[in-house]
Design a protein around this ligand. Sequence first.
Ligand code: SF4
Ligand code: MSK
Length: 655
Amino acid sequence: MADKKAKSIDQATIELIEKAAKDNCNIAFDRADEMKPCPIGSVGSCCKNCGMGPCRVPLPRGKEETPEEQMKRRGICGATAETISARNFVRMIAGGSAAHSDHGRGVAELFLAVAKGEASGYEIKDEQKLLQLALEWGIEIGDRSNNEIAIDIGEKALAEFGKQEGELLFISRAPLKRQEIWRREGVVPRGIDREVVEIMHRTHMGVDQDYDNLLKQGTRAALADGWGGSMIATELQDILFGTPSPLLSQVNLGVLKKDEVNIIIHGHEPLLSEMIVAAAQDPQMLEMAKSKGAKGINLAGICCTANEILMRHGVPLAGNFLQQELALVTGAVDAMVVDVQCIFESLPEVAQCYHTKIVTTSYKAKMKGATHIEFEEHDALTSAKEIVKLAIENFPNRGSNIHIPEEKTDLIAGFSHETINYLLGGLFRASYRPLNENIINGRIRGVAGVVGCNNPRAMHDEAHVAMVKELIKNDVLVLQTGCSAMATAKAGLLVPEAAAQYAGAGLAEVCETVGIPPVLHMGACVDNSRILIAATAAVKDGGLGDDISDLPVAGAAPEWMSEKAIAIGQYFVTSGVFTVFGVTWPTTGSKEVTDFLFEGIEEKYGGKWAFEQDPIKAARLMIEHIDKKRAALGIDKARERVLYDMAMRRELDEV
Ligand code: SF4
Ligand code: MSK
């Protein structure tokens, strides 16, 4: 059992929080203690969308509100608590979709530059995926070169952002029934930028004043993220940098090395970090490191940039979101390179307690107190070498106040949709059939996507680990991305041996037969689009209904904090997935809006939200939902027999 007073279940984190206190270094855990969340803003009841406000419309405490009282709860402009709550919620979706999608746009721009031969150092790594996408998008292949084909793909991908009319291209990947639902509800996204801009317009003072209509636009923008911007990012990154396949690496702050130059890569976009991986292996750089007394150059990652370079190069993970400051507190990080998203503005301040250089690399994300070395796509290797050099030169400045925790755990990552396909079906008959069959026969009860951040309002990593353990114990195969995958990796759940130790008998049998962990690391936050593809592949393989909402699947973000998590949750829900969030829920200031998101939305989209802070209870809600879907499919009886059926056991052995 975790010590309830501790701020984390992770020993490395606990040690470094203590060290930060000794070093008089203020970190997020301290700030969370010092500043409680605003009780009005946290439930979505504060509007500051114009200069007449901010207007606060909190629920009255301790008593049921009469309809008359409810009508009086309005902003100066007359906006109701419902409108204010829905506006705040969909603005979060706009923020999240914009972040993922602008990442996708950056990838598309680099992709096009590479195809045109204007970005030296990069090349197309996955030809098969390039050709598949060309076929899917109706781009001529013939005897054209890869670069010629890639130019057409890059242009088509970029046009998705500004498309004024029509449907996003990847919408056609969804099961047909799902596409019909979206068309019926009028939420098929047009251009990604258009959907985000329309949210900002409709939530401006005095525009859309119907919460249902606001949430509808929120759905359209969220779908533009999941089946648009994020999917474009994932697909083009795979073509450019290689589609991930399983590899072994390690996670936690123990991956830092006392006698090497430590460089941490943090953020979300792998464009420059791909080059930093190359620069860190450059013989000249290694020579320079040795001349400064270091034995080598050690790269490690934080947050989703880390997941990207882990999945493709096996670069170890230093830690997740709440460990970013703690990496500096070790005193052993010579440079931390950041790109965009999830980066604490406090990093330069924390770095001052030690010797670390903070390097910003995106013109979109600068910080006071950091060194800016801009990512130059036309000559990225030069920027990357400059950064590595800066870190090497800083190595001799390390003080003696160093503590690298011992904790580091093995993990297997790299489970792209393509890999799962091959692993289950074999190279020549790649398919989801074995997965579907094992779901139908009940060895696998269902599949859960557990994703998202850390949040210092909850014990670091506890909910991720407790929830995932409960799910796999109950034979639910878990797919993960983001900081959640790192949390469970630290707990030792991302190795094949975890199946025997933690999984239920049915899931363990399947994992042992295929040789996979019971928890599959699928990548970064934009790679939640891989989960949509995997779900669609399971539908298309047959036997589990004809829509994502028929599948025995569920989603969760037990320690979420970012607007991106809300966008992801909304596209999961409106793609037909029951999705549970922990920590806090941002619309509870309005009963109508919350009731709609928790119940009414299911009638329209077949998926719905839930909020549960207790990770075990949340896991049980997911399992209940999975069982309900199994019953609807008529496969609930198979599960009752599964542990007793020797013929089925023999059949599995023969796979
Ligand atoms: Fe207040 Fe309306 Fe202005 Fe919001 S838009 S701050 S509710 S007056
Ligand atoms: S990095 S969005 S804290 S998962 Fe993708 Fe982690 Fe959440 Fe950032």
